[in-house]
Design a protein around this ligand. Structure first.
Ligand code: FAD
Length: 490
């Protein structure tokens, strides 16, 4: 096997890792970025659509894993979408250069200031809302669809119906920004450019239109000439050496997931950005192997960001339903966050099945009442998650009330066709926390007890942020990296 020395290594190329890479490279600091997934752009392969799943559809699985679309057989391949299955919850993740940005819905939502203050009492909220959130939104190329387009576009009938019905039921609706380029989508609609959002592409990757991280932060970082991206490099564990440097144990894999090379990379400075579940796994595993000293705060304050999926069947079934064709990019939300008893935010989600299913799909984001905890079991070599129905009971209650109010005003039934009992308590797209900023790290992501080991990703957010999280992850990464570069890389 090979042994290599590097100056600065980042593990993981999602939001945290991409921000860290750009800000270091801009300062002329050479960076090596390790990513277990494929560099899709370099590979020249196309992403597959939801109704025609191919290589990008799943990470080393023989059947598709997208919610409601898991009927298709697949060839085992290092695809862009992964799912971790625990007893009471399934967690979907992105794999590949760009991390979650490759597969996600692109909703770029800035959290409510009051809630941000509640979750991060130690951070200067004024500074975040005047500096880091605008910076993140700008770099991510967040934009908003024109109302005129949404009013007429046949692919947004599901959203028009969703908003109309929400209003009729007394809820407040909001327009949600996205990183998908809506000007591109307007051209797609007119068939002037190849279709992506309007051709059922999203959760297995978008071939056009979406400003995923490979087109924003990582592109800029690569342009500096200082960034080395090593794809298909799966980190197994980390060791702290007596001289306080770190050794990273890596399996280089092929697209079937087989190890083709074993590598050790030594580095003085290590930034862990493997996403909430990835960073937790690496830290807890390395700790269990007694290779990395760590305090017992790692794994605490984990949450699903209150994710709860639900839906309604027989929506306008006799007056046209929710539309045959649906854009894969959400644009509408229901803001019910100010309700004292039952606060929630709802994403009006598309269901691009290619048929008029007369069904509305909703991804609810609730508050947390009880945190989960993550541990690592050395015997089975698996993460363990302390999370069950007791953590989601109040979310279910909110969903019940929401559906009841919607059905009473508009007709329709709870979506028994989509979920067992109509409720998807086990659907999680937003795992957060476990390595919380200011608790398991200092206020800038420096891991407790370490000088040169940083965590920069969703695990810094304590389990909940009230909206889809990537804008917050990006803003926090910007804030941490600014301080870290100034103080630790001078
Ligand atoms: P990630 O983006 O998860 O990146 C971590 C990277 O590290 C991955 O590329 C992974 O392959 C790599 N990695 C992990 N372990 C290792 C290892 N051992 N060795 C090497 N590499 C490793 N959020 C929103 O804000 N808006 C949305 O509309 C939205 N929609 C979503 C839809 C879906 C289907 C999913 C799955 C998520 C969605 N999210 C959305 C959530 C969002 O994508 C995540 O919160 C975000 O990607 C997390 O960023 P991160 O930097 O923490 O890590």
């Amino acid at each position: 096997f090979e042994m290599i020395d590097k100056n600065v290594v980042i593990i993981g190329s999602g939001y945290g890792g991409s921000v860290a890479a750009l800000r270091l490279c801009e300062k002329n600091i050479p960076v090596t970025l390790l990513e277990m997934g494929l560099d899709w752009e370099k590979s020249g392969q196309k992403f597959s659509s939801m109704i025609n799943p191919g290589h990008s559809a799943a990470w080393l699985k023989t059947k598709t894993i997208a919610p409601f679309f898991n009927l298709f057989s697949l060839e085992k391949y290092t695809g862009a979408l992964d799912r971790l299955d625990f007893e009471h919850i399934k967690i979907w993740l992105g794999r590949g250069v760009g991390g979650g940005s490759l597969v996600n819905g692109g909703m770029a939502v800035t959290p409510k200031k009051e809630y941000f203050k509640e979750i991060f009492p130690n951070l200067d909220a004024e500074q975040f809302y005047s500096k880091y959130f605008p910076l993140a939104n700008n770099e991510l190329k967040s934009n908003v669809a024109s109302e005129e387009f949404l009013k007429d576009c046949s692919f947004y009938k599901f959203n028009r119906v969703g908003e109309e019905e929400a209003k009729k039921a007394g809820f407040k609706t909001v327009r949600v920004p996205n990183v998908y380029d809506f000007k591109y989508m307007e051209k797609e609609y007119k068939e002037e450019v190849p279709r992506s959002a309007l051709a059922g592409e999203v959760i297995y990757g978008n071939n056009h239109g979406k400003n995923s991280l490979d087109k924003t932060y990582l592109k800029k970082a690569s342009a500096t000439g200082k960034l080395e991206i090593l794809e298909l490099h799966q980190v197994n564990h980390i060791t702290q050496n007596p001289d306080k440097s770190y050794s990273i144990d890596i399996s280089v894999i092929n697209t079937k997931g087989e190890e083709i090379q074993h590598k050790i990379i030594n580095t003085k400075k290590l930034i862990l950005s493997a996403g909430t579940m990835g960073s937790l796994e690496l830290l807890l595993k390395s700790k269990a192997m007694k290779q990395l000293p760590m305090d017992d705060k790692i794994g605490k304050d984990w949450g699903n960001n209150g994710n709860f999926m639900t839906g309604r069947n027989w929506v306008k079934a006799f007056s046209g339903g929710t539309g045959f064709q649906q854009s894969t990019i959400p644009v509408g939300g229901i803001d019910h966050w100010e309700d004292k008893d039952r606060p929630f935010f709802v994403e009006i989600a598309p269901l691009p099945m290619g048929l008029n299913v007369a069904t509305s799909l909703y991804l609810m984001v609730n508050k947390l009442k009880k945190y989960g905890e993550v541990n690592y079991d050395l015997a089975t070599q698996k993460l363990q998650l302390n999370w069950d129905q007791s953590h989601t009971a109040h979310m279910k209650d909110n969903a019940k009330n929401f559906l009841r109010t919607m059905n009473k005003a508009n007709g329709g039934t709870r979506a028994h066709l989509l979920f067992h009992n109509g409720f998807g308590a086990d659907v999680c797209y937003h795992p957060l926390g476990g390595i919380v900023l200011g608790k398991a790290t200092d206020n800038f992501g420096r891991l407790n007890g370490h000088k040169n080991l940083y965590v920069i990703d969703g695990s810094l957010i304590p389990g909940t942020i009230g909206v889809n999280p990537f804008v917050t992850i990006t803003a926090i990464a910007e804030y941490c990296m600014e301080e870290i570069i100034e103080k630790d890389f001078a």
